[in-house]
Design a protein around this ligand. Structure first.
Ligand code: EPU
Length: 350
């Protein structure tokens, strides 16, 4: 295990923001990850685990302890099928998520095609239950291989044990800080049909034959590109952590109140039914109608010109700049709409 010192974290994130890690270890095997944890324990160093860096805002002061980057590779098909006829794939936490998706699509395995073009690594996907365009990873995750920091032992958690919901799991909620994701086992449907349920995708394929998985992947990447949610090097709209706020899930009363506030402004709320009887509303819509239009600039930070939910680093921004804009947005949205917007990326050292 190689322990590096004072490694700048900004280049390892899609936001391109963040100070140095005091110590830095890249683990390519489970053994190296265990060794790094033992090292941080014995020296009392606070530990932060880095994956693909696509959903993070790291403090300008960086991380005072040890940053452990999980780079465990591998996409391995298990022999046979599970009880539902699905094929299981063991995937290393360090694999690129989009590389895995492209492999599955090429092999005609359905279940992750709508999750094309998402930056980041496989290990990050169960933590926030990555979802987009009508699919969530919780639908295809069979189990998650983790290191339990309580005893530095490897464990296998089944899907139910992860307790997935919208952008949430035990990993970022009840058991936050306890587990490090080493790998994920996905169950995919061989020769399954593409999932065309999200409005943007339905519109894209309207009047056409049901698309193949490959056509669906291309459509999703195209739609993401239009929204500035596909990483294109050099494109300033992509220097972000994707959606900066979660779509709030409201109670009936909160939803009714919001509807009335919209009506008094002559507006109709775009809304879709979420879990249970609660209502999920569009955070992007609220942000845009609170004085933060697409392209809004606030010094070195701003709002993406193509999607109101992405805060972008327009060049040379600090974490403090991002937080200042975040605070402004939260305040205005709460004043006008009575809704609290919860940040979606993980805030590190902040
Ligand atoms: N809208 C606006 N202004 C905008 C963009 C959208 O008013 O600038 C409204 C429109 O009414 C639109 C609705 O918001 O119909 C929904 O927009 P979109 O389809 O872009 O989805 P989203 O709810 O804003 C979520 C995820 C994205 C994911 C898309 C597609 C969250 C926090 N974000 O965005 O995930 O790609 O759906 O499924 O749930 C991410 O998490 O980083 C991310 C990019």
């Amino acid at each position: 295990m190689l322990v590096l010192e004072n490694i700048l974290l900004a280049p390892l994130t899609t936001f391109k923001i963040g100070g140095p890690a005091r110590y830095f270890v890249e683990a390519k095997t489970i053994g190296e990850a265990q060794e790094a944890i033992a090292h941080s324990r014995s020296r009392d160093l606070p530990l932060f685990v880095l994956g693909g860096g696509s959903n993070l805002l790291i403090a300008d002061a960086g991380w005072p302890g040890l940053v452990l980057k999980i780079s465990i590779p591998g996409i391995d098909q298990k022999p046979g099928h599970d009880d539902n006829g699905s094929v299981l794939f063991d995937v290393g936490g360090g694999e690129s998520w989009d590389k895995f998706v492209s492999r599955m699509v090429a092999g005609h395995y359905a279940g992750v095609e709508c999750l094309s073009g998402i930056p980041g690594s496989v290990g990050g996907t169960p933590v926030q239950n990555v979802g987009a365009y009508g699919q969530e990873v919780s639908e295809t995750i069979a189990s998650v291989q983790v290191l339990d920091l309580r005893d530095n032992q490897v464990r296998e958690l089944c899907r139910e044990a992860c307790d997935f919901s919208y952008r949430s799991s035990i990993f970022n909620r009840t058991e936050r800080g306890r587990f490090i994701v080493l790998g994920v086992t996905y169950a995919l449907a061989p020769d399954g049909a593409a999932r065309i349920t999200y409005p943007d995708l339905k519109r894209h394929f309207e009047g056409l034959e049901p698309p193949t998985l490959a056509e669906t992947r291309e459509a999703v990447r195209h739609i993401r590109a239009i929204k500035g949610m596909l990483i294109v090097p050099g494109d300033p709209d992509c220097q972000s952590a994707g959606s900066f706020f979660k779509n709030p899930i409201l109670s009936e009363e909160q939803h009714e109140d919001l509807n009335q506030r919209a009506a008094t402004r002559g507006l109709t709320l775009p809304s879709y039914p979420a879990l249970e009887s609660r209502k999920k509303v569009s955070a992007a819509w609220l942000v845009e109608r609170s004085g933060f239009a697409k392209g809004f600039g606030f010094g070195p930070v701003g709002i993406s010109t193509r999607h109101a939910l992405a805060i972008v680093n327009r060049g040379g921004a600090t974490a403090a700049d991002v937080l200042a804009l975040k605070d402004q947005i939260q305040q205005r949205v709460e004043e006008i709409w009575g809704v609290y917007l919860e940040p979606e990326p993980v805030l590190v050292g902040l």
